[in-house]
Design a protein around this ligand. Structure first.
Ligand code: NAD
Length: 278
C-alpha cells in the first residue's frame, strides 16, 4: 500500500519527521513484527522504539522484511538510563539489534538528574550525530532545567523532546521553552494511555461528533494542530487505521479552547525530576 499522506515536521537537524507514527512501548517482542508490518502495510512510515522496550530486533526484522527503502522509514530509538556512561557502545548495540547502520533519531530516555550523567551522554550523542549514524538527536522526559544545562554546556540544542503530554497534562511552560528553542515536541501518552475518562467527556464527544470522528481522533487532531509529533500505541489494525484518519478535518479555535480547559495536571508516568530507574 502507498504511504499515507502524513505531514512531515522539520527538525533543526535539517531532516524531517513524519508527524504520525506508531509506538511500540509494551508491545511484546512476539507481537512486534506483526504490528510494525501491519503499520507499514497501512502506510505508516515512522516507528518509535527504545532499548528499554526489548523489541528493537523485531522492529529491525519488520523493516528488513518490508522491502521499503531505508530512506522511506523513520526510526527512533533511545538510550536507556543505565547506559548513559557508555552511550557510544549502547548506541552500536541498538543499531546491531535494528540491523541498521543509522537511525533517524536517537534520544536520551530520561534525564536522571540525581546521577549527573546526562550531559556526558549528550556529548556522546553529539559525536554520534557528527558520525552520521543518527540523522537527528534529542531527549525524552527533559524539564526546562535539564534542557538548559545541555544547551549551556554544549551549545547543541536537542532536535526533539519526547514528553508525556495529553489534554489532562499539557506542559505549557515546557512547551513554550521548546517552541522558543525550536525543539519539536513528541507527545507520549497522546491518548492519556486510554486510562482516563477523557473519551467519555461530553464536551469531547460533542466535538468529535461534529466532525464525524471518534474522541480519540479528535484528541490526536488536537496534537497535530499544535505541531506535535505523535505515535499512539495500539496492537489493533482497525485502530491503526482510525488513528491515521485525522488529516481531513480541522478543529476550530473554540474547539481548541475546550481542549485547553481539560488541563488537570494529571500525569500517568513518573516525575522526570525524581524518576530513578536503573
Ligand atoms: P497512548 O496514549 O498512545 O495510549 C495507548 C492506549 O490507548 C492503547 O493501549 C489503547 O488502549 C488506547 N488506544 C489507542 N488507540 C485508540 C483509539 N483509536 N481509540 C481508543 N483507544 C485507543 O500511550 P502510550 O502507549 O504510553 O504512548 C505511546 C507511545 O509513546 C509508546 O508506545 C512509546 O513509543 C512512547 N512512550 C514513550 C515514553 C518515554 O518515556 N519516552 C513513555 C511512554 C510511552
Amino acid at each position: 500500500m502507498p504511504a499515507l499522506s502524513i505531514p512531515n515536521v522539520p527538525l533543526s537537524s535539517g531532516t524531517a519527521i513524519p508527524q504520525l507514527g506508531v509506538g511500540v512501548y509494551l508491545v511484546e517482542p512476539a507481537d512486534t513484527v506483526d504490528v510494525v508490518s501491519t503499520a507499514f502495510d497501512l502506510g505508516y512510515r515512522h516507528i518509535d522504539t527504545a532499548a528499554l522496550y526489548r523489541n528493537e530486533a523485531e522492529v529491525g526484522q519488520a523493516i528488513a522484511q518490508s522491502g521499503l527503502d531505508r530512506d522511506d522509514v523513520f526510526v527512533t530509538t533511545k538510550l536507556w538510563n543505565t547506559d548513559q556512561t557508555r552511550a557510544a557502545d549502547a548506541f552500536q548495540e541498538s543499531l546491531d539489534r535494528l540491523q541498521l547502520d543509522r537511525v533517524d533519531l536517537y534520544l536520551i530516555h530520561w534525564p536522571q538528574p540525581m546521577h549527573g550523567e546526562a550531559l556526558g551522554a549528550w556529548r556522546s550523542l553529539i559525536d554520534i550525530a557528527e558520525s552520521g549514524r543518527a540523522s537527528a538527536i534529542g531527549v525524552s522526559n527533559f524539564e526546562v532545567e535539564h534542557l538548559q544545562q545541555l544547551i549551556d554546556e554544549t551549545g547543541v540544542v536537542p532536535a526533539v523532546n519526547q514528553i508525556e503530554l495529553h489534554p489532562l497534562h499539557q506542559r505549557r511552560e515546557l512547551a513554550e521553552f521548546c517552541a522558543a528553542h525550536n525543539i519539536v515536541i513528541e507527545a507520549w501518552a497522546p491518548l492519556a494511555q486510554g486510562k482516563s475518562d477523557l473519551f467519555e467527556r461530553p464536551e469531547l464527544i460533542e466535538i468529535a461528533q461534529a466532525h464525524g470522528k471518534s474522541p480519540a481522533q479528535a484528541v490526536l487532531r488536537w496534537h497535530v494542530q499544535q505541531g506535535r509529533v505523535i505515535f499512539p500505541k495500539t496492537l489493533r489494525r482497525e485502530r491503526l487505521i482510525e488513528n491515521a484518519d485525522i488529516f481531513d478535518f480541522e478543529l476550530s479555535a473554540d474547539e481548541i479552547a475546550v481542549f485547553d480547559s481539560f488541563e488537570a495536571g494529571t500525569n500517568f508516568g513518573p516525575d522526570p525530576r525524581t524518576f530513578d530507574r536503573r
